[in-house]
Design a protein around this ligand. Structure first.
Ligand SMILES: [Zn+2]
Length: 247
């Protein structure tokens, strides 16, 4: 029996910075929304420490990416970029979002990453997901008491560092949408004809980074016999109800 309130969504994607979601699981998001599933993205920071672009530019780019991926909503928790602490305030802030959207699945940054913010958001999400299910943790949203909620599944998407994936998602039909959503962030990544060479080059602003995104999706796709795929890790064992998918 579905006892979840009406505002329950299918998937909540939590990310340290605007563009993390697009780069790591944009294809999966596009696949979900194209199939009528509801996806909301929660960015923890505005990415104010980025060496390229401005906060205003990044906000416009994020809006463009939202439209490309057809997400139902996107919120920013306004935590401090570069200093995402596992503080009570930050945990409660994320719990409020989890209880507001009541997702079945949460996707988040992985535990071992090049960027420390990504690791910190992973810890924050693990903590918030657990505490969100506890009745004794009280939160309010718009002056109303929120009911506890714990999603069924929590998966990490893959960013810079490889990990041994628990499963891959076939994004062959949505790979171009993913790339389009990434190119929305033209202040951050290489977009032919729009590239600003006056600003400092970063890890993700070089053409090779976009090639890496494609090569990796191709490689993961090849491993499961499709054109393109994205990789995820589950902290808990996962199972299938049947072999129906292959039969
Ligand atoms: Zn990031």
């Amino acid at each position: 029996m579905n006892t979840l309130p009406e505002n329950s969504i299918d998937v909540l994607v939590v990310a340290a910075h605007p563009d993390d979601a697009e780069l790591s699981c944009g294809g999966t998001i596009a696949q979900l929304t194209s199939n009528g599933k509801t996806v909301v993205i929660v960015d923890c920071t505005l990415g104010e420490l980025s060496s390229r672009g401005t906060i205003e530019q990044r906000a416009i780019e994020t809006q463009k990416a939202n439209e490309i991926l057809k997400v139902s909503g996107r919120v920013n928790l306004l935590m401090e970029d570069g200093n995402i602490e596992l503080s009570k305030d930050n945990i409660l802030s994320l719990i409020r979002s989890i209880r507001q959207y009541r997702p079945k699945i949460i996707l988040c940054n992985p535990p071992h990453e090049r960027h420390p913010d990504h690791e910190n958001v992973h810890k924050l999400v693990r903590t918030a997901v657990f505490q969100s299910g506890l009745t004794m943790i009280k939160t309010e949203f718009n002056g109303k008491h929120q009911l506890p909620h714990r999603p069924d599944k929590l998966f990490s998407y893959m960013q810079t560092y490889d990990f041994e994936p628990s499963f891959y998602v076939d994004i062959s039909d949505y790979f171009q949408v993913k790339m389009e959503s990434i190119r929305a962030y033209s202040s951050q990544v290489f977009v032919a004809g729009e590239h600003n060479t006056q600003q400092p080059q970063t890890f993700i602003s070089k053409p090779a980074f976009m090639e890496m995104i494609e090569a990796r999706a191709r490689y993961f796709g090849a491993l499961i016999g499709v054109e393109y795929a994205e990789a995820f890790h589950s902290h808990e064992p996962i199972g299938f109800s049947s072999f129906a998918h292959w039969l």
